[in-house]
Design a protein around this ligand. Structure first.
Ligand SMILES: Nc1ncnc2c1ncn2[C@@H]1O[C@H](COP(=O)(O)OP(=O)(O)OP(=O)(O)O)[C@@H](O)[C@H]1O
Ligand SMILES: [Mg+2]
Length: 254
């Protein structure tokens, strides 16, 4: 069963076709990769799915419900969790508070709740703290909970981004280049976390520009070039596809 269905999506920026008639599905409970050279439209696809951008044409279905044109907040509440290619954390607050802020969009959280803090809300706050600590333990950052986010290494920040998304407890994780700039050890950690999430029944769609990095991770990859799908299938199959090879030839890797 598909958890996400993208149909005939188009998005143009000043004459540049960033996404050009794209359709694909993501199976529930799978790890799926969205791959393509730099500028092929991967991040734009994420922005369209999450509601940061509106498509010129096309339709997006999530959990059998049309979400085309819904706001990012609404999508988050429906179970879409997303990390950013350029890490977006609050640098001047603690690691723990960064995760706590992730709860802001989770079900039942009221924006002005803090203004009317009652005993039960304090209780709620304690529960959230315990949950945030559990998440930090899961990603391996519990020892860093009181550090300012700005004092973390790049790899630790990538893990904290994931932790922040975990606070939402999303059904579908959209991870934009989760391995970018990671040392092999942290990359293994990230991979391990993605597999554990899958074991817990979650679905992951991740963006990656390096073909080799999707081998052994994704069950299925969708390859984009100039906003169009040029191949889809198991990574081993797609890697040897002629269109994929030529799309990557002469393209600079970051
Ligand atoms: N907000 C925007 N305004 C104008 N052009 C944009 C905007 N966002 C993306 N583009 C253009 O759309 C195309 C696709 O960009 P996008 O960032 O989606 O690619 P990408 O596959 O994520 O690339 P990368 O691997 O470098 O992250 C590029 O030509 C880019 O310059
Ligand atoms: Mg991108």
């Amino acid at each position: 069963m598909a958890i996400l269905r993208v149909e005939n999506l188009f998005k143009e920026f000043d004459g540049i076709k960033a996404v050009d008639g794209l359709s694909f599905e993501v199976e529930s409970g799978s790890i799926c990769g969205l791959v393509g050279p730099n500028g092929s439209g991967k991040t734009t696809v994420f922005n369209l799915i999450c509601g940061y951008l509106k498509p010129d044409k096309g339709r997006i279905n999530f959990r059998d419900r049309e979400i085309t044109n819904l706001s990012p907040d609404k999508n988050a509440r429906l179970g879409l969790g997303r990390t950013f290619q350029n890490i977006r954390l609050f640098p001047q607050i603690s690691v723990l508070d960064n995760v706590m802020l992730g709860f802001k969009y989770s079900k039942g959280e009221r924006f002005f709740a803090a203004l009317f803090q009652t005993k039960s809300m304090k209780e709620e706050e304690r529960e959230k703290r315990a949950k945030a600590e559990e998440i930090l333990r899961f990603v391996g950052l519990i020892d860093k909970r009181n550090k300012l986010a700005e004092n973390l290494s790049h790899g630790q920040r990538k893990l904290l981004e994931l932790a922040r998304v975990l606070a939402l407890d999303p059904k579908l994780f959209l991870l934009d280049e989760p391995f970018a700039g990671l040392f092999p050890e942290t990359k293994r950690k990230m991979l391990d976390l993605m597999r554990k999430l899958k074991e817990k029944g979650r679905t992951i769609l991740f963006v990656e520009h390096d073909m080799n990095s999707v081998m052994g991770v994704a069950e299925k990859v969708i390859v984009l070039n100039y906003g169009k799908k040029i191949a889809e299938g198991k990574p081993e199959e797609v890697k040897n596809n002629e269109k994929v090879i030529s799309a990557y030839l002469g393209k600079r890797k970051v």
